[in-house]
Design a protein around this ligand. Structure first.
Ligand code: ATP
Length: 249
């Protein structure tokens, strides 16, 4: 449990006059679930976008599995096993479940110069893989637009697990979900952890992440103001820390 998967050291980033991050250290161990918390504008998204190569840091270094990395695009980080699930961008609404599952990684068969999609296989496999992480869909042709927010998150998580993600980053995954759906998404996160995956869970709401988190990191105005093992703090204490730092703005 103690081996580091990701280590970000002394990360700073400025956008014009806004110092979005100031010398932030952030790490994730193998098979660890880290809640990344903080108010609006705290710097959570910027930190993650730097980690995946969407932005370059002004200062600081990033290590992945002990090696220095400088990702120039999200594709490069994805190739090494860092998968981000955004609340809205995870899936293509008009496409059916199976297409979404294999999007960008379609199973193909070659006949001479031609390539064909292995549609039947993708349909069967997507249902089976989802079932393996505890979600039963009957129809692989169901359009994702018709699904609930929780089901969409589940598909995105199952896809990441299946394609060998080492780190799953979830940006406010439960913000728009009902209590029941939130609970199921949390179960899928624990399922991902059991399979050896590390998770960063970005949220405003400590109660959404507390149950599944091993560690809680709090950002405020671009600085890291807290880094706790779960058993060192209660949810109320985390809320108080965030509120207190917001109060001195
Ligand atoms: N592309 C950008 N250009 C200019 N300023 C930016 C940009 N991205 C972020 N910022 C600024 O950097 C600061 C940190 O923003 P960031 O989105 O990382 O915060 P956050 O903690 O993710 O907030 P939220 O929870 O509201 O998404 C904010 O002041 C924001 O306005």
């Amino acid at each position: 449990m103690s081996e580091l998967l990701v280590e970000m050291r002394g990360i700073s980033k400025r956008f014009g006059k806004v110092q979005a991050l100031k010398k932030v250290d952030f790490s994730v161990k193998k098979q660890e679930v880290v809640g990344l918390l903080g108010d609006n504008g705290a710097g959570k998204s910027t930190l993650i976008k730097i980690l995946v190569g969407y932005y370059q840091p002004d200062e600081g270094e990033i290590y992945f599995e002990g090696k220095r990395v400088q990702f120039r695009s999200p594709r490069e980080s994805r190739d090494l096993g860092i998968e981000t699930v955004y609340q809205d961008l995870a899936l293509v609404n008009l496409m059916p479940l199976w297409r979404n599952f294999f999007l960008g990684r379609e199973l193909m068969i070659k006949f001479g110069p031609f390539k064909f999609l292995k549609i039947k296989e993708m349909k069967t496999q997507s249902l089976k893989i989802l079932k393996d992480i505890g979600i039963t869909f009957r129809d692989p042709d169901e359009a994702v637009a018709m699904m609930s927010g929780g089901e969409r998150q589940a598909i995105a998580i199952a896809r990441a697990i299946h394609f060998g993600a080492k780190l799953l980053i979830m940006d406010e995954p439960t913000a728009a979900l009902s209590v029941g759906e939130t609970k199921r998404v949390l179960e899928h996160i624990l399922e991902a952890k059991k399979k050896g995956i590390s998770v960063v869970f970005i949220t405003h709401n400590i109660y959404h992440v507390y149950e599944v988190a091993d560690r809680l990191v709090i950002l405020e105005k671009g600085e890291k103001i807290g880094d706790y093992k779960k058993d060192e703090v209660t949810p109320q204490q985390v809320m108080d820390i965030i509120a207190a730092s917001a109060g001195v703005k």
